[in-house]
Design a protein around this ligand. Structure first.
Ligand code: F6R
Length: 605
């Protein structure tokens, strides 16, 4: 949902803000722009298209700047165009603003400014904000003008402002959209997320809600802070390599291949040498939880659905799962013996955070399962379990999903342990099966050629159906989501048992059906579904357990996973479906890491 970068210091402003912006392109990529100060001159270069187009446009200019801000856009108000691209000027041309988020009441503000005689060049809410700041700047210092404008607006924002009157300064402010400040020596940085500035510094300060920072090369001043806001720099412990492709063709492929390591790291982090599971969530009264409600969006919602099967199976606690955007507006029943869990890779998803705020009104505990240190979700929750998957750059989520479900398995086992449901022997035997998963995921990578060949064969099918049963039903949903979001092929996920209640009408020789048919207590039922599809000339691709020869009687298109207990199978079946979606999109020639219309971190409702 738009990426922002900024730099003030003695090095090449242009190179640094563009370099940082390139790491943020996953957040939006329909237009891009920069603004920079030199002496008392403020200049803007912007265009429709990607950062590469911006670089082409800027290449004819000699840019010698003191400070600069940059923006890559995911359009909310106004179509992608050069006029709507950020930065936007105020009416005097002395102030330039970049913005991530949505100003919800921008029409009212625009009307008032129009009445006062101001004019606008773009369709954006951001230009309205820039003009409003400029309006107040006529009468007060820029910091005060920004704070005053912030009082007038509703919605979410992370903004960067530079001005010709103070060419070394960048002013940053945020509310419900992420913004981080990077600390350098005689230089400072600003960005939407840490991975963008990691090349230059690993010392960061997370800007707090409604806080304003005045960033100069030698100092950072904070205004509008709350008494408990801390400004001690945090040291980031992941490396720049983790945020780079390191030889892989795409981030998505790299992130798929990182999954065995991610799973092993999470296991190592929560299992003691005597096979006890520990979580640092002492504030939550686990033994007395009667029910769990999980809120999340998209792929994270699918991990919530997997968690329902896990927790109900292991800990016998009833689990409800809801999408953030539905939960909030449903007048939900919030009971104080319910544990609420919010799952989010970014920790900035507006719909999930809105649900969390609704829950907080009832003063019940919320556990965040999140990947991003210091994100809004983690700050607003009672406790956090980090998924520690490292930065996920590809817009389509892969390793973050596996990390989320790995954490949910461990939480399920932990609840069973704490409630005394599992004996020590049972827990050890579960963990022995679980610990084999990373190597079993690596076995799937050995079948990449085969998965690629299947992708090639099915590339031009017009629609896909993904079927799974029991704990693999949410994996069917996730497999369909992966395929549609990066290859734009209509794909639906269904519980296999539901096929006869409607979707079977779709089956003919042009329909491809991906069936998750691993060995399990529901295998025979899934097999019946497969036969029903074949009887109607449907084409099938199957995921089966190694050694299951019956499958090869039905189709050559079988990808095998290693033997494991059905409950852990999602950690394997999901990898096959991620690879399948990846190869289809690559073969179709699409931009896998930056699918159209999407953006990582959906910070608007
Ligand atoms: C799909 C995908 C999205 C996100 C969703 C929630 O590949 O990435 O569906 O899962 O937008 O995002 P987070 O997990 O950041 O809350």
């Amino acid at each position: 949902m738009c990426g922002i970068s900024g730099y003030t210091g003695g090095r090449s402003v242009y190179n640094i803000i563009i370099n940082c912006l390139e790491s943020l392109e996953y957040r939006g990529y329909d237009s891009a722009g920069i603004a920079f100060t030199a002496g008392n001159r403020l200049s803007v270069i912007k265009c429709k298209g990607r950062i590469a187009d911006l670089k082409k446009k800027a290449s004819t200019r000699k840019i010698n700047a003191q400070a600069g801000i940059a923006h890559t856009r995911w359009a909310t108000h106004g179509k992608p165009s050069s006029l709507n691209a950020h930065p936007h000027f105020d009416s005097s041309g002395r102030i330039a603003v970049v913005h991530n988020g949505i100003i919800e009441n921008y029409i009212d503000i625009k009307d008032k400014l129009l009445e006062k005689g101001y004019t606008f060049k773009s369709d954006t809410d951001t230009e309205v904000l820039a003009v409003l700041i400029g309006h107040y700047y006529e009468k007060m210092a820029i910091e005060k003008a920004i704070l005053k404008a912030a009082e007038d607006i509703t919605g979410s924002y992370a903004i960067g402002v530079i001005l010709s009157d103070s060419p070394e300064k960048i002013i940053a402010m945020r509310h419900d959209s992420p913004l981080v400040i990077g600390i350098g020596v005689h230089e400072n940085f600003m960005a939407s997320d840490v991975s963008a500035i990691l090349k230059y510094t690993n010392k960061v300060i997370y800007l707090q809600d409604k806080e304003l920072a005045v960033i100069s090369p030698e100092r950072i001043e904070f205004l509008n802070s709350k008494p408990h806001d801390k400004h001690l720099p945090v040291k980031i412990n992941y490396t720049i390599e983790q945020a780079q492709k390191t030889g892989f063709k795409h981030f998505m492929l790299k992130e798929i291949y990182e999954q065995p390591k991610v799973v092993s790291n999470i296991l190592a982090g929560h299992i003691t040498s005597s096979d006890k599971i520990h979580f640092d969530i002492s504030g939550l009264d686990i033994k007395n939880i009667k029910e769990i409600t999980i809120v999340a969006c998209g792929t994270a919602y699918h991990s919530g659905l997997v968690a329902k099967y896990i927790i109900e199976e292991f800990a016998r606690i009833p689990v409800n799962v809801d999408v953030g955007s539905e939960f909030r507006y449903r007048n939900p029943i919030i009971k104080d013996d319910t544990l609420f869990i919010a799952i989010s890779q970014s920790g900035e998803t507006a719909d999930t955070i809105a649900a969390v705020r609704e829950i907080k009104k009832h003063k019940v505990p919320i556990l965040a399962v999140c990947n991003v240190l210091g994100s809004t979700l983690t700050r607003e929750s009672s406790a956090t379990v980090y998924t520690n998957a490292g930065p996920e750059i590809s817009v389509a989520s892969t390793k973050a999903f596996t990390a989320q479900i790995t954490v949910m398995y461990l939480l399920g086992l932990f609840f069973a342990q704490e409630k005394g449901i599992f004996s020590k022997t049972r827990l050890t035997s579960e963990l022995n099966i679980f610990k084999k998963i990373p190597n079993q995921q690596k076995e799937i990578f050995k079948q990449s050629r085969k998965i690629n060949a299947i992708a090639k064969k099915y590339l031009n099918f017009g629609a896909f159906l993904f079927l799974g049963r029991n704990i693999n039903y949410p994996i069917a949903l996730e497999g369909a989501l992966k395929l549609k979001e990066i290859s734009y092929i209509p794909a639906e996920g269904y519980a296999s048992g539901e096929m006869k209640h409607g979707p079977i009408a779709l089956i003919d020789e042009y329909r491809a059906v991906v069936c998750i048919a691993n060995d399990s207590f529901v295998f025979d039922k899934v097999l019946s579904n497969i036969q029903e599809i074949l009887a109607r000339k449907g084409k099938i691709i199957v995921i089966a357990t190694e050694g299951n020869r019956r499958m090869t009687e039905f189709t050559k298109e079988t990808v095998f996973i290693s033997k494991t207990n059905n409950v852990y199978a999602p950690l394997l079946t999901t990898v096959v479906l991620q690879m399948f979606a990846y190869y289809v999109a690559v073969l179709k020639g699409f931009d896998v890491d930056k699918p159209r219309n999407l953006a990582k971190s959906v910070t608007v409702e």
